[in-house]
Design a protein. Structure first.
Length: 128
């Protein structure tokens, strides 16, 4: 069944490729295509096998890698532990924004169910 607003194959294919290259507008159009019922636009990202749980070791490895690769955070005094998908961060960073960024980076890792941020910032002043 052809929808009134259905786009042609080349437009949809072009948006698919543009989406791979980071075009937010193209991704919005592809989501709209999926919402309108285009079977080629439906994606199953994030829909894994039933009862799949990512291993704690893999989660810890990826959190550590993201902290290592981030240019805005000196994570040399940060410790990451994972138990049951819950990430616990401890140690010290140089500022409160860095503390928040470390937590945000941990949340971006697939399989993380909770983040406990016990990191202290070095710029912390007493009495506030």
């Amino acid at each position: 069944m052809q929808e009134r607003n259905a786009r042609g194959f080349l437009a949809r294919a072009g948006d698919e490729v543009a989406g791979w290259l980071g075009s937010d507008a193209a991704l919005r159009r592809r989501r709209r295509d999926a919402w309108l019922g285009d079977p080629g636009a439906r994606h199953h990202i994030g829909r894994g096998p039933r009862n799949y749980v990512r291993a704690d070791g893999r989660i810890a490895e990826e959190v550590n890698q993201r902290l290592t690769d981030d240019p805005l955070v000196d994570a040399s005094d940060v410790t990451v532990t994972v138990a049951g998908g819950e990430v616990t961060l401890s140690g010290t960073v140089d500022s409160r924004p860095a503390r928040r960024r470390v937590e945000d980076l941990a949340w971006t890792v697939p399989g993380v169910t909770q983040v406990q941020n016990n990191i202290r910032s070095a710029d912390r002043t007493g009495g506030r």
